[in-house]
Design a protein around this ligand. Structure first.
Ligand SMILES: O=C(O)C(=O)C[C@]1(C(=O)O)C=C[C@@H](O)C=C1
Length: 259
């Protein structure tokens, strides 16, 4: 059938309807209509995101926050795994609606996506062995050839190490969750990471010490990341976050996962 014949028209209407179904004014409406939100997270960064191998479920501060976000939308939260090197591409390829898991809010990311309002502040600091407490007290103490650093690829830890610790011996460790243990057992001397993570690991393992957490090398904030150009979805995220803050829900999450 050609266009103009009854059959041709029916085909065109069907096609238009299909397109109509797919076209929402905002991702916000699309998520509500589909009944679930897809959350992308690496699952390798405690206390924000952790894929528990025993249960095969994601856990953590940002996982709980996203369950609250989904609840506010009246939808289910579905979590999918991404990685630090691929997180941005995966978000831009529409593999999920939002990226979470201790994601640093910065201008690099804001050039390609939209970083929501911040919810927690931190800095980059060294996680070292407790016995080396007096050895590493400054960046200069770490920026030496004999200092072995294990670093997660693709995130701001690696960027910091590449920019400021050019003299140190740097090894990229594919599984971020392995690095604290490799510092504790002497394979590496230093993990450069976020103060929050360093504190969580030093509390869990007496062989480890979170150095310089009171005067970290950098200061940044964490935020949730969504595709750019969707003002309606971005505003919703901001309003939800304000409510979470005012209701003390982020404080509760801090006490549950960090303190
Ligand atoms: O990329 C970021 O924004 C992060 O803060 C994530 C990042 C990293 O920098 O590699 C931070 C700490 C964790 O140890 C793992 C991932």
């Amino acid at each position: 059938a050609t266009a103009g014949t009854p059959n041709g028209q029916a085909v065109a209407v069907e096609a238009a309807k299909k397109q109509d179904n797919k076209k929402f004014e905002s991702r916000l409406d699309e998520i509500i209509a589909r009944g679930y939100i897809v959350v992308g997270t690496p699952g390798d960064y405690k206390p924000f995101t952790y894929l528990n191998p025993k249960t095969n479920e994601f856990e953590g501060y940002d996982i709980d926050a996203m369950k609250e976000f989904a609840k506010s939308l009246g939808v289910e939260a579905r979590f999918v795994q991404t990685s630090w090197p691929t997180m941005m591409d995966d978000l831009l390829a529409n593999k999920f609606d939002i990226a979470v898991g201790g994601v640093t809010r910065n201008t690099d990311r804001q050039k390609k996506a939209h970083m929501g309002d911040p919810y927690i502040e931190f800095g980059k600091a060294p996680l070292i062995r407790a016995q080396d407490k007096d050895k590493y007290k400054s960046l200069a103490d770490i920026n030496k050839k004999e200092v072995r650093i294990g670093v997660n690829p693709g995130g701001t830890n690696e960027k910091f190490v590449r920019d400021y610790l050019k003299n140190a011996t740097v090894t990229v460790v594919q599984n971020n969750l392995d690095i604290p243990g490799l510092v504790a057992n002497g394979t590496y001397d230093v993990m450069i990471t976020d103060t929050i993570e360093a504190m969580v690991y030093s509390k869990a393992d007496s062989r480890l010490y979170a150095a310089l957490t009171d005067k970290p090398f950098t200061r940044s904030e964490k935020a949730y990341m969504i595709p750019r150009g969707d003002f309606i979805f971005a505003s919703y995220l901001d309003v939800w976050m304000d409510e979470m803050k005012l209701q003390g829900k982020f404080d509760e999450l801090f006490h549950k996962w960090v303190k």
